[in-house]
Design a protein around this ligand. Structure first.
Ligand code: G6P
Length: 374
């Protein structure tokens, strides 16, 4: 596969901008639009021999490192909602450090772009030894994790070259949303919800195309933030993962200290950091946590926090406590798919910050695309 940067200056930039296409290939042939005789549905060929056993599991373990862990975290709520089965999140190295309990009744889902990350691979060996049913969510066909798991889903995002993962992240979330639909029961009570998610998936590449138009706006924001020491990002619910992943992007490529935090924990410590100097991104797009995020914004504003609020278009008046608040307005999609949209401006912000700060975009210092040692 001959990969070049085309008209882009960096692979990371190219990979951010090709997300409408990579998401399309992730979904290709897997979504059924439904017609007069059959309903909308999802078909994941790589799971078909194990689907019944997966549905019978007592628990899911989502296991990964870095961006792949964050993608799993973004997909956790929808998997729990549609399957009714609890999902335990595990950073691969931490599961191994603890030798945490894994049972035969568990389905362990290994998420890895490269399929070769040593920590994730070792956690897979450990889960296999403990008799769990092991599922791989990988981008590299034929990789160790793809081969050693019992079954899996290829995310088909295409080759990713930038060390900071971007298009693989959004494709992983979509692959796991499809996994949730495939596992979750097709009952009358959840039919409307399932149909809305499937319609949302069909439309998602278009919505990503729209949010990519924020590129210049994110460059302007990067210019404002270029000399900052630190940045905080608060999210919750579906977008807790967005805060963690947005912060990971900024720290790994722009080399700026950035922390992603659960907004529900703000008052239990992080609030002490807030003053008129520290910039804070709050993700407040529409979902069941929206009113709680509105109150977080109020509390940060009351302490003179320098706010950058991400909200859905048209919601400015509901989230903007004062004139100094900077807004990032994104298109609205089905709540469980909103993390796919919301990460894009933060990827763009990380990219532009890196260029402005003069760091290596595609190969940040000290980092490797695939970490194959423990
Ligand atoms: C490295 C990369 C990260 C990546 C992580 C997991 O740390 O620098 O970008 O998220 O490994 O990689 P994987 O291939 O398992 O998704």
């Amino acid at each position: 596969e001959q990969i070049n940067k085309g008209s882009f200056e960096h692979y990371m930039q190219k990979e951010i901008h090709e997300q409408p296409e990579s998401l399309t290939t992730t979904m290709r042939g897997r979504l059924i639009r439904g017609g007069s005789s059959k309903g909308k549905n999802v078909l994941l060929g790589g799971l078909k021999d194990h689907l019944m056993s997966i549905r019978r599991s007592r628990r899911f373990l989502f296991i990964g490192c870095g961006t792949s862990y964050n993608a799993a975290l973004a997909a956790r709520p929808i998997l729990e909602e549609l399957s009714g089965i609890p999902v335990t999140m595990e950073i691969a190295s931490d599961l191994l450090d603890r030798r945490g309990p894994v049972y035969r009744e568990d389905t362990a889902v290994f998420v890895s772009q490269s399929g070769e990350t040593a920590d994730t691979l070792n956690a897979l060996e450990y889960a296999l030894d403990n008799g769990a049913l092991c599922v791989g969510i990988t981008n590299a066909v034929g990789s160790a994790i793809a081969r050693k798991t019992h079954c899996g889903v290829h995310i088909n995002a295409g080759c990713e070259i930038g060390v900071a993962s971007t298009k693989a992240y959004t494709s992983q979330i979509v692959a796991m949303a499809m996994l949730a639909l495939a596992i979750g029961g097709d009952t009358i009570s959840n039919q409307a919800r399932r149909d809305a998610i499937i319609d949302g998936l069909f439309d998602l590449p278009n919505k990503v195309r729209e949010v990519l138009k924020l590129d210049q706006e994110m460059k302007d924001l990067a210019e404002q933030l270029v000399a900052e020491q630190s940045l905080l990002m608060f999210g919750r619910g579906y977008n807790y993962a967005t805060a963690l992943e947005g912060a990971l992007k900024v720290k790994e490529v722009a080399l700026m200290h950035t922390e992603g935090m659960l907004a529900g924990e703000m008052k239990h410590g992080p609030l002490a950091l807030v003053d008129e100097n520290l910039p804070i991104v709050v993700i407040a797009t529409r979902d069941s946590c929206f009113s709680k995020q509105q109150s977080v914004i109020q509390q940060l504003h009351a302490r003179k926090g320098r706010l950058i609020v991400m909200c859905n278009r048209g919601d400015a008046a509901s989230v903007c406590p004062g004139e100094a608040t900077r807004l990032i307005e994104v298109p609205q999609v089905e709540d469980c798919l909103q993390p796919v949209i919301n990460i894009v401006p933060l990827q763009l912000l990380a990219y532009h910050l890196t260029v402005l700060r003069g760091y290596n975009v595609d190969q940040p210092r000290n980092l490797a695309k695939s970490v194959t040692t423990e």
